[in-house]
Design a protein around this ligand. Sequence first.
Ligand code: HEC
Length: 136
Amino acid sequence: MSRWAAPLGALACALLGTAAAQSLPPASAAGIGSVERGRQLLANRSESGCVLCHVVPGLPAGGELGPSLVGIGQRSTAEQLRRRIADARLFNPATIMPVYFSTEGLQGVASAYKGQTVLSAQGLDDIVAYLLSVAR
Ligand code: HEC
């Protein structure tokens, strides 16, 4: 065991703590999402792409690269969903899920999109509102 293990572990925790705090997305101006707009965003393959990888409750077809989101609204809080969708790297650094509300540490972003998040704060709230509202 390296004598650096403990200090590095503490450092990693400190850094993760900071990253988590910084990545917490700001609520949209209204702080309230539109369920209908969220449904449209979730279903849109080019705007969000969620259904390419997930079965989404209430939507016809869905992909299977990621876990089914059926029941996710019943077992998550709004804050948990916001963090996960904003930046899935906080939960799994090697995730294949796109980063939707951060521009930090991304590579190969086309110059036209540099500095832009995929979703707006409102879009993120809308998606969370839909996932929390939809029945299994
Ligand atoms: C390229 C595939 C891909 C896309 C696109 C994608 N995800 Fe994911 N998602 C995953 C994978 C894989 C996981 C499993 C955890 C991990 O590996 O990070 C996941 C996990 C999740 C979870 C946690 C599920 C649980 O059971 O805890 C939520 C919520 C989620 N995604 C929502 C979304 C939403 C909303 C969108 C669109 C805005 C989206 N995902 C787009 C691949 C994707």
